[in-house]
Write a protein that binds this ligand. Structure first.
Ligand code: ISE
Length: 346
């Protein structure tokens, strides 16, 4: 492992990017924050002032800078292809937030570009793989103690969505994509078919927005995954699942958050735990572990975590899911051939 700290630049400093910038500046061993770039110059300058780093007005200049060894991309998905390609051209390791790109074809172009280089530089930010509960369930399933995994039931809720231009497809592409990756990870298989159903929408969704959505994945080994994604639940950020295997089931992300408490609430009491507001709280440990593992892997030169292939495979399911959203009918997922660079793991 190199002894010099890894100098990391962050592109996009909205909610997630500023969280990563702070993590890199304050609590990631072996890393320093080497700069930030964002189209909102004021936002970038505020954050850079607080964290004592440089502002780059152009994300491509940040990628090309000799003072930047590695890059975290937390910009909107529609600029990921150009930014990840620039990292590949400069031989710069990159942790790109999900979704890798907006559709399967652009994601596949990145897979091919990296395969042509012949070395792994791209990691995709599917942080749930680093959540201690997801990792523990995966380890338990792989120990064989529960037998074969048959079914997975996922619940994914957000308190609300921030922007007025929110569309139904964004639930598939930006939210359900986490369940796609988690299902591939826990089953160790590809998703071969997706169906997205549209129940009667909540009155809290925008006009014409299908929310909640229920999606069904058929896995390559025949297992099934049911998913509820509800982004205007009003309550908070809830992500949990139950994996049903031949000799038992495993539940994770239960809403108690470890502590069940009673308290006075008006005339009667109430009981329960705490529901976090958003993903930065619910998955704080996962993000810390993910970024630390990525920094360690870049410094030691042995990649870990979800690859560009994982990003492509998840995006291909989202592309098929967006097609199913209109019709409610099953849509088959057909993946391109997997380059040998990406091995056989999920
Ligand atoms: C957001 O982009 C995320 O990645 C969150 O984890 C997810 O819950 C949310 O729905 C997405 O919009």
């Amino acid at each position: 492992m190199s002894t010099a700290p890894l100098r990391v630049g962050v592109i996009g400093v909205g909610l997630m990017g500023s969280d990563h910038a702070e993590r890199l500046a304050r609590r990631t061993a072996g890393a320093v924050l080497a700069g930030v770039a964002d189209p909102d110059a004021g936002r970038a300058a505020d954050l850079a002032g607080r964290l004592g780093t440089t502002v780059y007005s152009d994300p491509l200049a940040l990628i090309a800078a000799p003072e930047v060894d590695a890059v975290v991309i937390a910009s909107p998905g529609f600029v990921h292809e150009e930014q990840v390609l620039a990292c590949l051209e400069h031989g710069t390791p990159v942790l790109c937030e999900k979704p890798l790109t907006m559709d399967d074809q652009s994601a596949l172009r990145l897979v091919h570009a990296e395969a042509a280089l012949g070395r792994r530089l791209v990691t995709v930010g599917f942080m749930r793989r680093f959540d201690p509960e997801y990792a523990a369930v995966k380890a338990a399933l792989y120990s064989g103690a529960h037998g074969r995994l048959l079914l997975l039931h996922n619940t994914h809720r957000n308190r609300g969505v921030p922007n007025a231009d929110f569309r139904s497809e964004m639930i598939v592409r930006d939210s359900l994509v986490h369940e796609v990756d988690a299902s591939r990870f826990l089953f160790g298989e590809e998703v071969v078919e997706v169906t997205v159903l549209s129940p009667a929408p909540t009155s809290h969704a925008g006009v014409g927005v299908v929310d909640p959505q229920v999606a069904l994945f058929r896995m390559s080994g025949g297992g099934l995954v049911t998913n509820e994604v509800f982004v205007n639940s009003q309550v908070g950020y809830e992500v949990r699942f139950e994996a049903v295997a031949e000799r038992g089931s495993l539940m994770a992300g239960l809403p108690s958050n470890g502590v069940l408490a009673t308290r006075v609430a008006g005339e009667c009491g109430s009981w329960g735990g705490f529901v976090p507001d958003d993903y930065r709280v619910r998955f704080a440990r996962a993000y810390d572990a993910e970024v630390q593992a990525w920094v360690d892997a870049v410094r030691s030169g042995s990649p870990v975590g979800p690859s560009a292939w994982d990003g492509y495979a998840a995006t291909a399911v989202s592309t098929a899911g967006m097609a199913s959203l209109g019709s409610g009918r099953p849509v088959a997922v057909r993946l391109a051939e997997r380059p040998t660079l990406f091995g056989g793991d999920h």
